[in-house]
Design a protein around this ligand. Structure first.
Ligand SMILES: Cc1ncc(COP(=O)(O)O)c(C=O)c1O
Length: 460
């Protein structure tokens, strides 16, 4: 078989000398397409109306970058657009511009957080930013952290460390507790950890969606009677459906009395704890053994961006260090691929660092507090004679007309979502306590009171 000669020009790597004209040309062209897509969002709305995207797969000869650009455009124009002010469905806000650059810089550097020698400055950066979070959250000197690609992985890192710390790695009676409103990914964690489905024990939530302390105590006693070994209690700081905050102080006291690792899933609300925004119990997070913080979910740091803070770094080291044999570390630098589940890891810390640096505490405060103000505005003006409203102190609200059963809620939320989408508003439709709700997440900085008033006209 004879192959057509491939066009050498299309095998593009950056030049190590010269002017890198091809790269500059392609970056420029890509920037123009992306910026136009942002601006076209006003007309297009949150989701593409016709999804015309045809997925093309690689062929024998490859294609030119010119052809590729038409495919790139098709991909982009068939994507969800988080920048549109009607994008209020999920915890996926518009990206901070500086964070977009952070992703670009990370890709250009192509460093690897697996090892210090593959990312000398960025390993240091990650350590410093984690330490900065520890200080902001008032953890002790022994604290530190590790970044991971998303909240599920940060929570998993915490649970694996907690089980190791309790000496229960191979114990099939090992269990952990969350509230019934905790995120569904904890079930995934229990499967990955080789635990049966019964190892994740759900504690009841009260009427406000917070972990019920009486039921927590009863559950712990029941576990003791049945010979189950609790290696962690997970408190949620910001539940997914209504943004409720579990009673951290009481849970922490119970954990201390029973010598159990307290993990806080702050995937949604953890970032609020570095500010002075008044949220009950949020300044108590330093009583935990670990906390997940996920700046991708509200601050506009592009996905993925998550860190796990632990009160004692020695536990992470003891749990995960395997001494990778092919890295020689001078000066005893710790390879950060040895502090969590992930090995090779991109430099996601760059975009978080840039976002935090550029915003400063005042900017962070503004992005977070305006999201809560907008939620309160929507909550106050949604007709509470019509709706049951479920919302905690954060920027999330779920609602449903009073008295509906499951089938009625299914139909109402479907019909309403369609009407909203025709008016360029995208809300989500979570299943919660056996009924469907509409949920609005007010973390979109581009959404103003004007937009919320337009939304209210469609709801009241
Ligand atoms: C409270 C909570 N924890 C954990 C997660 C999982 O985070 P990720 O999707 O970043 O893995 C989510 C996702 O929405 C969440 O809401």
């Amino acid at each position: 078989m004879t192959l057509e000669p491939i066009n050498k020009k299309e095998i593009l790597f950056p030049e190590y000398s010269g002017t890198n004209e091809s790269l500059l040309f392609l970056l420029n062209k890509t920037s123009q397409i992306l910026c136009k897509w942002f601006s076209d969002s006003k007309e297009l709305g949150p989701l593409p109306i016709d999804n015309n995207f045809k997925c093309s797969v690689p062929d024998e000869y490859g294609i030119s970058t010119d052809t590729l650009f038409s495919e790139i455009e098709s991909l982009i124009y068939s994507s969800f657009n988080p920048v549109h002010p009607g994008s209020l469905a999920h915890l996926d806000p518009p990206p901070l511009i500086i964070s977009i650059l952070g992703d670009l810089i990370a890709a250009v550097l192509n460093n690897n957080l697996l090892a210090h020698e593959l990312s000398p400055s960025i390993s240091q950066l990650e350590e410093s930013i984690c330490k900065w979070f520890c200080t902001k959250l008032n953890f002790a000197e022994s604290a530190g952290g590790i970044a991971a690609s998303g909240g599920t992985l940060s929570n998993l890192n915490a649970l694996v460390a907690a089980r190791f710390y309790a000496g229960l790695e191979t114990n099939q009676n090992a269990v952990f507790l969350t509230s019934e409103d905790a995120h569904s990914s904890f079930l995934k964690c229990s499967r990955i950890m080789g635990l049966g489905p019964k190892s994740l024990i759900k504690v009841k939530s009260d009427n406000n969606g917070c972990m019920d302390i009486v039921d927590l105590k009863n559950t712990i006693n029941k576990c003791h009677r049945e010979g189950k070994k609790i290696f962690s209690i997970v408190a949620t700081l910001g539940t997914t459906i209504r943004g409720a905050v579990d009673p951290i102080k009481n849970i922490s006291r119970i954990c201390k009395e029973n010598n159990i690792w307290l993990h806080i899933d702050g995937s949604i609300g953890g970032i609020f704890a570095i500010t002075k925004i008044p949220i009950k119990e949020i300044n108590k997070v330093n009583c935990a053994n670990s906390i997940t913080i996920n700046p991708q979910k509200i601050l506009g740091i592009t996905k993925t961006s998550s860190i796990l803070i632990v009160s004692d770094m020695e536990v992470l080291k003891n749990t995960f260090v395997t001494k990778i044999p092919y890295f020689s570390s001078e000066n005893n630098f710790l390879n950060r691929g040895e502090l969590g589940i992930q090995g090779s890891r991109p430099a996601e810390i760059i975009k978080l660092w840039l976002g935090l640096r550029l915003l400063g505490m005042q900017g962070i405060d503004k992005v977070l507090s305006t999201s809560i103000e907008k939620k309160k505005f929507l909550e106050k003006n949604l007709n509470n004679k019509i709706y049951d409203l479920c919302s905690g102190p954060l920027h999330i609200i779920s609602f449903l007309p009073k008295g509906m059963n499951k089938n009625e809620s299914d139909k109402w939320t479907l019909d309403k979502s369609r009407i909203l989408m025709n008016n360029k508003f995208m809300l989500s439709r979570p299943m919660f306590k056996n009924r469907y709700y509409l949920r609005a997440v007010l973390g979109n900085y581009n959404t103003s009171k004007f937009h919320i008033n337009e939304l209210l006209k469609l709801l009241n």
